[in-house]
Design a protein around this ligand. Structure first.
Ligand code: GDD
Ligand code: MN
Length: 368
């Protein structure tokens, strides 16, 4: 049994395969790791397979699967998950875009109790070298969509990650397209994840195989994972829905506080109703903050007072933005578009709610 298995999906990588395999193996040796290298190839018509077979002769920890059906990157990685002979799986590209030196770091993080460790291009210390603008834009779009499902993950479409086998062993993965990590996050069974930054270096040799079809498949995958989450309440995306639901309940409690105070201050304290409203709004924001901080996002125990103050200020700013969005939509739909004002207001409330949840989730209650 090996300590870990490094899965390398390949298609036509004769120019890179020897370098990546020997480099990963050197990293194993330097770090005293008993590692397996599993190349998963889609029957490349070039020299990839024969080169691996040759390397195998002197390195018994190197293996190759040659697939003849169901061609595809994600499918190949999923097959690697099944065939790997260890409990810790690392996925890395063959074209040296991912630094093998991080493999031991990922391994240690998994040993320390993380279920998934992601090499991130989009956190401090990470980056991308030599990508044309078009690819950057596509990647950022995909990342944005992915973050709607996994707001804590900065790079949910990274191709470089480690995962405990138990996360994917029983998962109903429907691998397709390029983004196997998103599938693992959406359908795997996991609690703790960790990201480590790395710099993605585009391939020197050969060409990328990303096509328009890849983008379409990605959109389908996001929808599929969303539907999956409704039926599988142990999934990470369902945990996110629970937060949306709690955030909504807290919002309703805020309306009660707001209305009650407006009424009380106006009727019994004798304040002018607009003055009452100022107090009512502020108190309802405070009410919502406390409930969200202690309940929806359970940030209470693990944070210092100073960071709570930060979150309180952040929540105020974001909520003010939500209010502007709500009223802006009300005004535009009704005064410009002629929509009945109560209908406009419902739309305004929903969009404002979406803004409040998503921005607060990413900014106020982010894990970093
Ligand atoms: N088995 C198999 N089958 N492997 C494939 C296939 C396939 O159909 N297509 C690509 N690969 C392998 C390549 O040989 C390489 O090792 C790796 O998958 C990545 O392929 P590239 O074509 O170099 O991908 P890329 O550079 O455009 O995409 C990278 O960036 C994405 C993040 O934006 C990859 O790292 C992706 O994994 C990553 O998600
Ligand atoms: Mn590449």
């Amino acid at each position: 049994m090996y300590d870990l298995t490094v899965i390398i999906p390949t298609y036509k990588e004769e120019a890179n395969i020897r370098n990546i395999v020997t480099e990963v193996d050197a990293v194993f040796k330097r770090n005293n790791l008993n590692g397996e290298i599993l190349v998963v190839d889609d029957n490349s018509p070039d020299g990839t397979i024969s080169i691996v077979n040759e390397i195998k002769k002197t390195r018994p920890n190197v293996n190759i699967i040659v697939r003849l059906v169901d061609h595809g990157l994600s499918q190949s990685v999923a097959e690697g998950f099944v065939q790997a002979s260890s409990d810790i799986l690392v996925v890395i590209d063959a074209d040296l875009s991912h630094p093998p030196a991080l493999i031991p770091v990922m391994y240690t993080e998994i040993m320390d109790g993380n279920d998934i460790v992601i090499g991130s291009r989009y956190m401090e210390g990470g980056g991308i070298k030599k990508w044309p603008l078009k690819r950057r834009v596509i990647s950022l779009g995909a990342t944005f969509l992915g973050r709607l499902l996994f707001p804590d993950v900065s790079d949910p479409v990274s191709g470089f990650f480690a995962v405990r086998k138990s996360v994917v062993a029983k998962a109903a993965l429907k691998p397709r397209g390029y983004k196997i990590l998103l599938e693992v996050l959406g359908k795997g069974t996991w609690e703790k994840d960790k990201e480590i930054p790395f710099e993605f270096v585009d391939r020197e040799i050969g060409s990328s195989k990303l096509k328009l079809k890849t983008i379409v498949e990605y959109a389908q995958q996001v929808i599929d994972i969303t539907l999956f989450s409704f039926l599988h309440h142990e999934s990470a995306v369902w945990r996110e829905w629970k937060r949306v639901f709690k955030f909504g309940l807290v919002g309703i409690s805020g309306i009660v506080v707001n209305m009650g105070l407006l009424w009380y201050l106006t009727e019994f304290v004798g304040l002018y109703y607009l003055v009452s409203s100022l107090f009512a709004i502020e108190l309802s924001i405070l009410n919502n903050f406390i409930w969200n901080d202690l309940w929806t996002f359970k940030a209470g125990a693990s944070h210092k007072l100073s960071s709570r103050l930060h979150r309180l200020i952040s929540f105020h700013v974001v909520s003010a933005g939500g209010l502007v969005i709500n009223m802006g939509i009300l005004y535009l739909l009704t005064s410009v578009g002629g929509v009945y004002y109560l209908i406009s207001n419902i739309i305004g409330i929903l969009v404002g709610f979406g803004w409040n949840f998503m921005v607060n989730r990413r900014v106020t209650w982010t894990r970093k």
